[in-house]
Design a protein around this ligand. Structure first.
Ligand code: NAD
Length: 259
């Protein structure tokens, strides 16, 4: 995608790690100016630094928790004032939560919905609003998951958060089409990232949680689907204005079954 995004401003959330970092790098390689947003400031700074080395004419880190509405509004003001209006927004920050419905507490639900759903809502509202106001089009990518169309007794809260992101993306796509703003929902299956290292497992002891985390980390590693491939699918979705994009083989299978 050499220079395909030259002159464009791309903002990626969850950019300190995994799919978000790989996506920031892919846009940097394609010539975009990049804003790398994450609640982990050091990781975001590293992503921005490497993005510049890879080819981004400019790249900036921003330390923000996407679930914090006021912080997202402040970020949008700063970005518009200092870097410009975002051409491509990638709402990608997310956290994992496993555990049956009966084991999942209200606080567990709040934590996962705050980041996975509200984080996306805030991003779409503040940056999508600026795109619409500018009137020169743009594109929004939301990272959902194959879990969005695959009922699971192991991940009810996570799957619900991602199904909501998928529906939000499709509704917004319909609303913004007339303004030249595309919206894509990316739905990966199992991708080899750090998500299992930070995922919570509801209803078990800390010791058991650590054991489950290690086990699922191993499984994700064995599947070995690299985040760079998801990043490639994200750039492709923007360039081709794709609506719903299942990425890994099992995600494509799940999508077909769900129709
Ligand atoms: P990851 O843990 O490697 O990266 C997620 C990043 O998001 C981290 O840098 C983390 O600090 C950041 N983050 C988390 N909460 C945040 C918050 N409140 N504010 C700002 N930043 C925050 O995981 P990943 O696999 O790269 O996940 C990226 C996205 O992909 C997530 O939305 C995840 O649900 C989705 N996804 C992942 C997989 C997979 O198998 N890895 C599959 C489907 C979907």
């Amino acid at each position: 995608y050499a220079e395909r995004f030259g002159g464009q401003l791309v903002l990626v959330t969850g950019a300190a790690s995994g799919i978000g970092r790989a996506t920031a790098f892919a846009f940097a390689e394609a010539g975009a100016r990049v804003v790398a947003v994450d609640r982990e400031g050091e990781g975001a700074a590293r992503t921005a630094e490497l993005a510049r080395l890879i080819g981004a004419p400019e790249a900036w880190p921003e330390t923000v928790d996407v679930s914090d509405e006021a912080a997202m509004e402040k970020l949008a003001e700063k970005v518009a004032g200092e870097y410009g209006i975002v051409d491509v927004l990638v709402n990608n920050a997310g956290i994992g939560l496993s555990g049956s419905f009966l084991d999942t507490t209200a606080d567990d639900w709040r934590r996962v919905l705050d980041v996975n759903l509200w984080g996306v809502i805030h991003g779409c509202r503040v940056f999508g609003g600026q795109m619409a106001e500018r009137g020169q089009g743009g594109h929004i990518v939301n990272t959902a998951s194959a879990a969005a169309f695959q009922p699971s007794k192991a991940l009810p809260a996570y799957a619900t958060s991602k199904a909501a992101v998928l529906m939000l993306s499709e509704c917004l796509r319909a609303e913004l089409a007339g303004r030249g703003i595309g919206v894509s929902a990316i739905c990966p299956g199992i991708v080899n990232t750090n998500i299992t290292a930070t995922a919570r497992f509801a209803g078990v002891s800390e010791q058991e949680e650590n054991r489950l985390r290690k086990k699922s980390s191993k499984l994700y590693g064995m599947r070995n689907y690299p985040p760079e491939k998801v990043a490639g699918a994200i750039l492709h979705a923007v360039l081709n204005d794709q609506a719903v994009v299942p990425v890994t083989p099992e995600a494509r299978g799940a999508r077909l079954l769900s129709r």
